[in-house]
Ligand binder design. Structure first.
Ligand code: F6P
Length: 360
């Protein structure tokens, strides 16, 4: 009988998903195993099952291809997050149905590629007896127990490129340009890209901000003859004492959709300083396109390690990047805890040393 493993992608897409799928399939084939892709997220495991054999031509070109050839879902029966990141337990009947699906496919292991939502489902599946290994994916970089998730570096590259482009137009028109980036409740994309792109103001969810502080920075630059200012604002940033800004039509039974703080910040800066201010929302551009070199390498190492963990029967683990190596850590250490930007860490300290305004 064939030895077979499954691969599933869940939650929002991001650059590098296909590179992980490729690495998992290739590492499986080297062991003489089959790899089967589950289509459309975990729901593909339920009857009528939606799957695709990962072999042959299907695997070529995947290293550089954005999105996921398997499709993904961040809503439906398996949505684990509601409101502002609150976790939801899956009903036992659904867990039972999922286990039956894995058994029917004859899977000796299931590689679940996802962020906090999908990996907290993976943890529940593991507790229910399904042999799962997690791979940490999210542009937000907010998963605990790994120094970096794949997709993050590509999102930062996109945001940095946007800041570079905004610089020249801001300078030409003597404007304040506000760039809203993703990241949910963590400011990793904003602070990395803000530092890499030379932003003057970086607003992150970890530091509630005051408009007066931002306007002081704009005025300080004016006095120095710098008649433009670049502001990077994370979608989860908020003024001290205020709530998160969410989009108008909030979905039911899903995680809240953040967005809109950039426009508010731009409006207020223009009102308080009299300077023409414009806002750009980078949105899903951060999740599209080819992965960066760093992400391609990380995805390949993650995928290969996931198969190694299946070979060693170390289920219930997630592959994790420690900075110098990739190892396995218990899934439960990674899920349900948000990894935010530490206020006493190197990034915040460096930003302050550079005179960048963090809004406080
Ligand atoms: O978690 C990844 C992410 O891109 C967040 O940064 C963002 O808040 C959210 O997903 C957007 O989700 P959706 O694609 O459902 O709008």
């Amino acid at each position: 009988m064939d030895i077979r493993i499954g691969v599933v992608t869940g939650g929002g897409d991001c650059p590098g998903l296909n590179a992980v799928i490729r690495a998992v399939a290739k590492a499986a084939h080297r062991r003489g195993w089959q790899a089967v892709g589950i289509l459309g997220g975990y729901e593909g495991l339920l009857a009528p099952q939606q799957t695709k054999m990962l072999e042959g031509e299907l695997l070529s070109g995947l290293l550089v291809r954005g999105g996921t050839i398997l499709g993904t879902a961040n809503q439906g029966k398996f949505s684990a997050k509601v409101g502002h990141g609150e976790s939801r337990r899956l009903p036992d009947e659904l867990l039972e149905e999922t286990k039956r699906g894995c058994d029917q496919l004859g899977l000796i292991g299931l590689v679940s590629i996802g962020g906090d939502g999908s990996l907290s489902i993976a943890q529940q599946l593991y507790e229910y007896g399904i042999p799962v290994i997690g791979v940490p994916k999210t542009i937000d970089n907010d998963l605990a127990a790994t120094m970096m998730t794949f997709g993050f570096d590509s999102a930062v590259a996109c945001a940095t490129d946007a800041i570079d482009r905004l610089h020249s137009t801001a300078e030409s028109h003597r404007r304040v340009m506000v760039l809203e980036v993703m990241g949910r409740y963590a400011g990793w994309i904003a602070i990395y890209a803000g530092l890499a792109g030379g932003a003057d103001v970086i607003l992150i969810p970890e530091i509630p901000f005051r408009f007066e502080a931002i306007c002081r920075k704009v005025a300080e630059r004016e006095q120095l003859g710098r008649h433009f200012t670049i502001v990077v604002v994370a979608e989860g940033a908020r003024p001290a004492g205020a709530d998160f800004v969410t989009t108008a039509n909030q979905p039911q039974n899903r995680e809240a959709r953040l967005g809109g703080i950039g426009a508010q910040v731009a409006l207020e800066i223009q009102k308080l300083t009299g300077k023409e201010t414009r806002c750009v929302v980078l949105g899903h551009l951060q999740r599209g396109g080819s992965p960066t070199n760093m992400d391609r390498a990380l995805c390949t190492i993650f995928g290969a390690k996931a198969v190694e963990l299946i070979d060693e029967k170390k289920f219930g683990q997630m592959v994790s990047f420690t900075g110098s190596q990739v190892t396995g850590v218990p899934l439960r250490e990674a899920t349900g805890k948000l990894r935010t930007v530490p206020l006493d860490g190197g990034f915040v300290t460096a930003a302050r040393s550079m005179g960048i305004c963090l809004g406080d």
